[in-house]
Design a protein around this ligand. Structure first.
Ligand SMILES: [Zn+2]
Length: 434
């Protein structure tokens, strides 16, 4: 197909011929007989956005799950109402997601039995690491005797029994392509080969259009109560001896310190990643730069949960949360992502969060960490395997493009999903679906 009258991000006017790859980018190109032509009318054409850390299956199931955390649900009464009204799915489950302890404390099976005893209820904590099941749900997964119904997602003994294969991948695909997203990296740590194959089959069949990458099996989640430098070092060394990079999930200061030490001891791989780096002190910046590791972070949590951080995190540590600009100044490789469905899966909202760092109540969290709109946008344009290396609209690149209905200056001023006019994957228009 031919995209006419495009404006590239640097302001260059161009026509673009695109198939499986970008074939030609030139001042003026003429349509071949029968070739599809899309008139960008001066709008910006970008490489398709890539969300570098998402959970595809969980995001698809969140589409038909009940949200039981802020901002939708903030109090125990609201939680009671939401659960009482929830209609179970065809398989008999009530699935609730996004729970946070600020709503009604540390829930257990007894609390859930009091709120909704008649059907199987499972509540996922918004961290994604914890589930709470009521008694009916525990019976269904063969754990009727479980003490409190609080189950860690990392415990494969039961989590396989909660896996869904019936999620709405087509619905998720449609919402992603409407945002200009042409690729995602799935960061689910316990995704097995079967789960990966199922997603790839859905992609091949056209049910899930964005290109798919996977961090598993090189992804590791750490827990503060059992941080072990030696075993982490050994795990990293084994992956590297197999030519595999690692992606280590670091949400606390302690996790980042141990991971840096382990990477030092084991030696780095050029494609190693640290996921989140939600808390990073000043000393860690130079270390991360020196290791050459890529930080894949989510400042969208400032926009989504910032008011909670202002309450929960000591003021002296606010500057260490979800850093971006200071990482870049220290020459750390950085890319953005949304962590959908634990974060809102809108990269444009994440870019605005990186630029403004405004919490829901309007406070600014970490003003020193604000980046320019161009930087924020570019951090969603990275290569799947090298998130901090931006792609460009040039011949030879994959035929994945995001066409906006406004010129670059307006696009950068607004950073809004409503600007997406069309999304192209492999030379095919996948949004709008006409
Ligand atoms: Zn994640």
């Amino acid at each position: 197909m031919l995209i006419r009258r495009a404006t590239l991000l640097d302001g260059t006017a161009a026509d673009i011929r695109v198939g499986a790859r970008i074939e030609e980018v030139a001042g003026q190109l003429w349509a071949a007989p029968g070739e599809r032509v899309l008139d960008a009318a001066g709008g910006t054409v970008l490489p398709g956005l890539h969300d570098h850390h998402v959970h595809v299956r969980a995001a698809a199931s969140a589409l038909d799950s009940l949200s039981v955390g802020p901002p939708a649900v903030r109090t125990k009464d609201q939680l009671a109402q939401a659960l009482a009204r929830a209609a179970p799915g065809p398989d008999g489950w009530v699935r609730a997601v996004g729970y946070h302890d600020s709503v009604a404390g540390e829930l257990d099976r007894g609390d859930l039995d009091a709120l909704r005893p008649d059907v199987a209820v499972r509540v996922q904590h918004r961290s994604g690491a914890l589930w709470i099941l009521n008694s009916a749900a525990l019976r269904r997964v063969g754990m009727a005797e479980h003490a409190d119904g609080r189950l860690r997602a990392s415990d494969r003994g039961w989590s396989d029994r909660l896996q869904r294969r019936d999620t709405d991948l087509a619905g998720l695909s449609a919402s992603l392509t409407a945002l200009g997203v042409t690729g995602v990296t799935d960061a689910t740590p316990d995704l097995d080969a079967e789960g990966m194959v199922a997603l790839l089959v859905a992609h091949r069949r056209g049910e899930f259009r964005p290109r798919l990458g996977f961090l598993a099996p090189g992804k590791k989640i750490l827990h503060d109560d059992d941080l072990d430098l030696d075993s982490l070092t050994e795990w990293i060394g084994l992956a590297h001896s197999d030519e595999r990079p690692v992606a280590v999930h670091c949400v606390t200061a302690a996790q980042l310190v141990v991971t840096i030490a382990a990477l030092r001891a084991a030696g780095g791989h050029p494609r190693d990643r640290i996921e989140h780096a939600a808390v990073a002190d000043d000393d860690s910046l130079a270390e991360l730069a020196d290791l050459g590791v890529t930080v894949v972070t989510q400042p969208n949590f400032v926009a989504e949960r910032g008011d909670q951080y202002l309450v929960d995190v000591p003021a002296a540590d606010h500057g260490q949360l979800w850093r971006v600009a200071s990482l870049l100044r220290a020459n750390v490789r950085v890319a953005l992502s949304t962590d959908m469905p634990f974060g809102r899966g809108d990269p444009w909202a994440a870019m605005r969060a990186a630029v403004y760092r405004t919490t829901p109540s309007g406070a600014v969290l970490g003003a020193d960490e604000c980046v320019s709109a161009r930087t924020a946008l570019t951090m969603f344009l990275g290569h799947p395997g090298e998130p901090a290396r931006a792609r460009a609209v040039e011949a030879g690149q994959p035929g994945d493009l995001c066409v906006l209905n406004v010129p670059p200056a307006t696009a950068l001023a607004e950073l809004d999903a409503g600007m997406v006019l069309a999304t192209v994957i492999g030379g095919e228009v996948v949004y709008p679906a006409t």
